[in-house]
Write a protein that binds this ligand. Structure first.
Ligand code: ZN
Length: 630
């Protein structure tokens, strides 16, 4: 995912204190997933078939899931699956000749984080069978934490409803009863029935030419972890970007999306040249409505993206590079447990950095690197040191909170450190070998460490010791020898902001035309704290900040507007808060407004006016942030 966490600060605050465990988990037990009820050492799912009706009126999926299970333990006769807020109707085993045998089953107590275990007893008749076909008839509920049901008014077109899923981290269980753990990989197939004016797409073999006849079928032949199960249904069109790439979006967004992401095919080819063959067939992207709470989600074959990336200048495509890179790190080689998520996100942030160098420039990649580094330093200040290792030893309370700048950016810096220590050529050989050796498998941090040691550290002795690698994995902060990123373009922008603030240079003399959005963002962020209103008006007029189409520049500008109580831009600020539901874009503005000493009530008013446009998770997060300021 790209910037999954609703606000990176939740990483700290949501982790329950007092649940720390001091002992380092042994490698052989580290694969145990504490966030799943499933007894995967006794039964393991090999294939899933979904047969579901999409009911927009009831905000529910209704139908059945059939799991093909392999019995690993001949003595085991009870299957435990994960569910959350599902209504289970009947549970049966399918036997030869199309017969079905009803099975005794029970739903356990509901845990807020984990949901409720569904236990199913295998009938004595099937005792000797090592392969079982288990069918569960069920429906989801409007409270499903994975599914967002948007009324027509919240879509770009305004005439058709739209729904989409977000299964990571452990939300797949709130739309499918299954073994919801990254440690189990499954293939899947699906038949999805929709209203006849809509189109269904999944993280599977989408057919751009599929007819709108109310029924869509899918196959996903490559095994994936459950968190990559994905579905979206809406009035979606398709535009081709290259022979293996394309974009799905509402017709109103299609042309702009196709232009913005035109480099996707070239990016795919660069990625293959660096990381090895792309193993998933097509790579398409889906542009969701503005309420999509995240930057992007790497659902295989079909990345889900926020429309806030459509800047009109192709300047925010790093998120596409990120989601594409997940086709190797994460989707192909997967973290075995949520504690190992850095193997997914840290690697992906590093591959994104390499892709940005290749597709754009070293300078551009370095700018992103600096911004990530500054965010990381900021988070070291706030996050409890026991959670600052890449593979923290402390227990996590909720896997959604196991992901933040530490896993992304510290992970990236670790891999940059290895690249510099061994040289790019040697490290690149290691990368392709690593992906190849672990393709379609899961891996723990400790297994990675052993592989790294064997293939790199010990193979080229005298460069990096195992103890140094362990320091990155288990210790707080940044180890000695970490590369501190620098970008002269950003330093220059900051310096010019100082000179202009103090009247030593006029705005016309600043060469902003050639600047990247990051340079503009640094310039805005570096303006003097006590800059008078007329200077703010001058810079707003010169750069068109209040009306910019670039959502990241707007985020920075409106955060400053809110901090400084600069009222002439409040109307546009309010419009921006209504336009986007992506938490990264709006949370800092609400926080700045509520904290400027004058506008706490206004922040509440603007929130009341915009909240219907937001995802429920975004709503509850902003509510808690505003409550802190009361
Ligand atoms: Zn990611």
């Amino acid at each position: 995912m790209r910037y999954l966490t609703i606000g990176l600060l939740t990483v700290v605050t949501a982790i329950a204190p007092g649940c720390a465990k001091t002992e380092r988990p042994a490698a052989e037990t580290a694969t145990a997933d504490v966030f799943s009820f499933a007894n995967t050492t006794q039964f393991v799912t090999r294939h899933l078939h979904l047969d579901l009706d999409v009911d927009f009126d009831a905000q529910a999926l209704r139908g059945n899931a059939t799991l093909q299970l392999e019995r690993l333990d001949g003595n085991a006769s009870r299957i435990v699956l994960d569910t959350r807020d599902l209504d289970i109707d009947t549970v049966s085993f399918l036997v030869d000749g199309g017969m079905s045998v009803d099975a005794d089953h029970a739903l356990g107590d509901r845990d807020d984080t984990l949901g409720a275990p569904l236990t199913v007893d295998v009938p004595p008749d099937l005792e000797g069978d090592s392969l079982l076909s288990l069918r569960i008839d069920y429906n989801t509920n409007p409270e499903s934490t994975a599914l967002m049901w948007l009324p027509a008014r919240l879509t770009a077109g305004g005439e058709h409803p739209l729904m989409f899923s977000q299964s990571q981290s452990i939300h797949a269980r709130s739309w499918v009863p299954l073994q919801d753990t990254p440690a189990v990989r499954i293939t899947y197939s699906a038949t999805i029935r929709t209203p006849t004016d809509l189109v269904a797409v999944m993280s599977a073999n989408n057919d751009p030419a599929a007819e709108r006849d109310g029924e869509f079928t899918f196959e996903m032949p490559q095994p994936i972890p459950s968190y990559l199960l994905a579905i979206a249904v809406g009035n979606l069109g398709f535009a081709e970007l290259g022979d293996r790439t394309g974009v799905y979006a509402e017709p109103e967004l299609l042309e702009a999306s196709a232009w913005e992401f035109a480099d996707t095919q070239a990016m795919l080819e660069s990625a293959e040249a660096m990381f090895g063959p792309y193993q998933w067939g097509r790579y398409d992207i889906l542009i969701l409505p503005p309420s999509f709470p995240y930057g992007g989600m790497e659902n295989p074959r079909l990345s889900f993206l926020t429309p806030s990336l459509i800047a009109g200048d192709r300047s925010l495509v790093a998120v596409v590079a990120h989601e594409l890179a997940h086709s190797w790190s994460g989707n192909l080689v997967t973290n075995a447990t949520w504690r190992d998520i850095w193997l997914n996100e840290g690697w992906t942030t590093y591959l994104e950095y390499r892709l940005m160098q290749e597709i754009f420039s070293v300078e551009r990649a370095e700018e992103e690197n600096v911004i990530n580094y500054e965010e990381l330093l900021d988070n070291f200040e706030r996050i409890d040191p026991k959670y600052q290792g890449l593979a923290p030893e402390a227990d996590l309370d909720d896997p959604d909170y196991a992901q933040g700048t530490i896993q992304y950016h510290k992970g990236n810096l670790f891999l940059q450190f290895l690249e510099r220590s061994f040289g790019r050529e040697t490290f690149d050989l290691f990368i392709t070998k690593y992906f190849d050796a672990h393709a379609f498998e899961v891996i723990t941090s400790e297994q990675f460490l052993d592989y790294l040691d064997a293939e790199l550290l010990s193979a080229y002795p005298g460069k990096v010791g195992r103890a140094q690698a362990e320091e990155w994995l288990y210790e707080a902060g940044l180890p000695e020898g970490a590369i501190i990123p620098r970008a002269t373009t950003l330093e220059r922008a900051r310096e010019l902001a100082g000179l202009w603030s103090s009247g030593e240079i006029v705005l016309d003399r600043i060469p902003m035309d050639g600047w990247s959005p990051h340079a503009t963002i640094h310039f805005i962020d570096s303006l003097d704290a006590d800059l008078p209103a007329e200077k703010l008006a001058e810079v707003d007029a010169a750069l068109g900040l209040s009306n910019t189409q670039n959502a990241e520049i707007a985020r920075t500008w409106f955060t400053q507007v809110a901090k400084r109580g600069y009222r002439p831009a409040y109307e546009q600020l309010g419009n921006y808060l209504k336009r986007y539901g992506r938490a990264r874009l709006i949370v800092p503005i609400y926080t700045a407004l509520a904290g400027n000493g004058e506008d706490a009530d206004l922040a509440q008013e603007l929130f009341a006016a915009a909240r219907d446009n937001y995802h429920p998770q975004t709503v509850s997060y902003i509510e808690s942030r505003l409550a802190e300021r009361q």
